[in-house]
Design a protein around this ligand. Structure first.
Ligand code: NAP
Ligand code: MG
Length: 480
């Protein structure tokens, strides 16, 4: 058994505000993990000044030296993955297994950008003149603001912070109010790895009270946000109205579909559907919430999914037998239950789950059938363990339905037919397509960014491409 870490100590890494008290709760037990004093807009401004003042120094540290700090931070995180995983499960609720996977991936992400800092350079080009060389050099932007959600409370802060620091920017980060301790832990590790004071700064407080102070600050050169569509749109608008333009990167919600083709293997399709819809309690931007199923295999697939779900265990993420942890909080479970009601009102048939069991946040995995295109559970993001099934006649209808919502995050196909797979990969309007894989799960070395309303469609995250967002490139014509 991994022991509970000492939570209140971590709040030291956030600094202390004089605003409202924020109670950080464990969703599985309702235990109070820590009480955090949030910051006022004035206190946030002071933190932004600290970050801004640290920029000249940090950007002048040679990039391989910056890389060494990130590599060291990755090593520390890797060596403490069990206790950090436990903290994540206590704070967010996901199973310990999933938490440890997230911590491991975050450690690798720190190392990946640490290594890339060693080759943080530009390109060279030939010139038409004999006495000239053309090249580009890459420069950091300044102070960048990162605003992150609660569902991947460590990996999203890390996949923004690591490229930002590798490129020489200083950081202001506002974690989700439900999961600030994970970001405090990140700061603890970065400082132990040798990051100088003032380079990575946490501000805590509700997005509605301090968000505007962060992204409208003249001292902030770029804003990277992951969260919901309405908040993302508000940020885009507010940043656009600033006198000095800032870069904006937005990764937002989804309503992802997976198509199960008639050629697919039922056991595999069942496993991937369940993992994609109910893994991480359905609280993933890449989760599948619409299952489009070819009519020829519908009955078999439905029976196999129901059979698996009947053995599915919902409970505390710390228990190794748990398949699905709690919903993150009361507000989210009430949204989930509202949508379960809307599904029934709109005429879909509830065939599994739909209720909480034992504890108000332990929601059953919930399955609907006869879901049609006009229904709210087909069109709107729920962000919970609710899956709707729709029968389709062929690949064309599957692609059309997949694309019929405003979102364009992720889509999946389970099939053994290469012609259908190719049609699907080419035809779906999404940033990530998974073939014979669950829709959940992204690898850090590949670029990632959603289409349509699921993002700003500006800059990719992850991969080497993430460095582009945090960098400006100068073109030099060097003659002699
Ligand atoms: P959210 O309500 O939009 O919050 C995200 C972050 O923005 C939090 O730090 C939040 O702070 C802050 N915020 C809220 N209102 C704000 C405002 N007016 N100004 C500035 N910041 C504000 O989203 P969430 O509920 O945390 O996360 C779930 C959403 O994130 C889902 O829609 C999901 O699909 C999306 N998501 C997308 C991706 C992706 O990569 N595309 C990944 C994960 C999640 P508080 O916590 O203080 O409210
Ligand atoms: Mg919490």
């Amino acid at each position: 058994m991994i022991e509970k870490p000492r939570y209140q100590d971590l709040t030291n890494y956030m600094g202390y505000g004089s605003g409202d008290i924020l109670n950080d709760l464990d969703p599985a037990s309702s235990d109070l993990l820590a009480r955090i004093r949030s910051m006022t807009p004035e206190e946030v401004k002071i933190k932004i000044e600290v970050a801004s003042n640290a920029f000249d120094f940090w950007s002048s540290v040679p990039s391989p030296k910056r890389g060494e700090i990130l590599l060291k931070a990755g090593e520390i995180m890797e060596s403490e993955k069990d206790s950090i995983g436990r903290l994540m499960t206590d704070e967010e609720g996901k199973t310990l297994r999933d938490s440890i996977i997230e911590v491991t991936r975050s450690a690798l992400t720190l190392k990946f950008y640490g290594a890339l800092a060693f080759k943080f350079g530009g390109s060279t080009f030939p010139s038409a003149d004999t006495d000239t060389r053309i090249m580009t050099i890459r420069k950091p932007l300044g102070t960048v603001a990162l605003i992150t959600p609660w569902n991947f409370p460590l990996s999203i802060p890390v996949w923004k912070t690591a490229p930002a620091l590798a490129a020489g920017n200083t950081v202001i980060i506002k974690p989700a109010s439900k999961t600030p301790l994970m970001v405090a832990k990140l700061k603890d590790i970065l400082m132990r790895a040798g990051l100088p004071d003032g380079v990575f700064n946490i501000v805590v407080g509700s997005g509605s009270s301090i968000g505007n102070t962060i992204f409208s600050s003249k001292l902030v050169s770029a804003v990277s946000f992951t969260g919901s569509v309405p908040v993302g749109k508000g940020i885009y608008k507010a940043v656009g109205e600033k006198p000095n333009m800032s870069r904006v990167q937005l990764e937002l919600g989804g309503k992802n579909a997976m198509y199960v083709d008639e050629s697919s293997d039922i056991a595999r399709a069942t496993e991937f559907s369940i993992r994609s819809a109910f893994g991480l309690t359905g609280q993933s931007c890449t989760a599948t919430s619409r299952l489009l199923v070819h009519h020829n295999i519908y009955d078999n697939l439905k029976a196999a999914i129901l059979n698996k779900l009947s053995a599915w265990k919902v409970g505390s993420g710390v228990n190794p037998e748990t398949n699905m942890g709690p919903v993150v909080d009361k507000a989210q479970v009430s949204t989930d239950l509202d949508y379960i009601g809307f599904g029934q009102e709109d005429g879909a048939k509830l065939i599994f789950g739909g209720k909480t069991l034992g504890h108000e946040l332990f929601l059953q995995p919930t399955l609907f059938e006869n879901v049609t295109e006009d229904m709210r559970i087909f069109r709107e993001e729920i962000f919970g363990p609710v899956l709707g099934m729709t029968i389709v006649k062929n690949i064309d209808e599957a692609i059309e339905l997949c694309n019929s919502v405003p979102y364009g995050h992720t889509a999946g196909i389970i099939s053994n037919n290469n012609i259908s797979i190719n049609r699907f990969v080419e035809g779906v309007e999404v940033g990530v397509v998974k073939v014979n894989k669950p829709t959940v799960g992204l690898e850090l070395q590949a670029p990632f960014g959603a289409f349509k309303e699921s993002g700003a469609n500006t800059w990719k995250e992850m991969g080497e491409e993430a460095l582009d967002f945090y960098t400006k490139e100068k073109t030099v014509y060097w003659g002699w």
